[in-house]
Design a protein around this ligand. Structure first.
Ligand code: SF4
Length: 231
């Protein structure tokens, strides 16, 4: 599995895919990547250290993902992220977290006070009914402003039956209104029962993608390995 990459487009940054103790939520029906986990902290640190040693600081900006939330990374890994970022003069660090960790984010920002922390939320859509009753995302809140309170960036998931060009564009517009940056992921085949809907994806590519493909605050991942990490 590829765990280090460089994103040259738009918000240029390095990206690492680390391993933690595993997603505590695990209920999102479209997700199977939470299988990238290990309960042995020393094993995780050994792996994560080797990945982080590849970071050069070329853009002064590092995105850290870990098939779950940053709060599932061990302390030695978190300390090593700080050490590497200081050494390589990286000022901006992006982390991901599920909404259930929202009250722990202010402490994390204090722990990383030397850096500009960008917290990314896996929101998938602002449509609360679709998000909770179909995707089972575990974010009961419906107010965009409240949802965005502790987060700077958000992931969206498109290409699923039930979505339309209108709902997808609405999500992007709200995303750009409430977050600094957004990342649109197109549903890809995986081991879950959720299948990419070809008609929805076609609609996205024809009617929505052309509007936002050059938007500097919007990343669009047609394949989930487009950032160069994962498998
Ligand atoms: S999408 Fe994220 S929060 Fe949901 S099950 Fe997968 S790893 Fe866990």
């Amino acid at each position: 599995m590829e765990r280090y990459s460089i994103i040259n487009e738009k918000n240029s940054r390095e990206i690492v895919l680390l391993r933690g103790s595993g997603c505590v939520y695990k209920k999102c029906i479209f997700c199977d990547y939470y299988a990238d986990r290990c309960s042995d902290e020393d094993e995780n640190f050994r792996l994560n250290k080797a990945v982080l040693e590849k970071v050069t600081g070329i853009f002064g900006d590092l995105e850290v993902i870990n098939s779950g939330s940053v709060f599932e990374l061990d302390k030695k890994t978190l300390d090593f992220i700080k050490q590497v970022c200081k050494e390589k003069k990286i000022s901006t660090i992006h982390f991901e977290a599920h909404y259930l960790y929202r009250n722990k984010i202010s402490q994390l920002r204090k722990d990383f006070a030397d850096f500009d922390l960008k917290m990314k939320l896996g929101l998938e859509t602002f449509d609360c009914d679709f998000r909770e009753n179909v995707l089972k995302k575990g974010i009961k809140e419906s107010s965009p402003a409240v949802i965005a309170e502790n987060f700077d960036e958000a992931n969206f998931l498109f290409g699923i039956k039930g979505q339309t060009a209108e709902t997808m564009q609405n999500d992007i517009e709200l995303g750009l209104k409430y977050f600094e940056r957004i990342c649109v992921n197109i549903m890809c085949d995986n081991t879950t029962g959720v299948k990419p809907d070809k008609a929805v994806i076609k609609e996205f590519m024809q009617k929505v993608y052309p509007i936002y493909k050059d938007n500097k605050r919007t990343d669009i991942l047609i394949n989930n390995t487009d950032f160069g990490v994962g498998d």
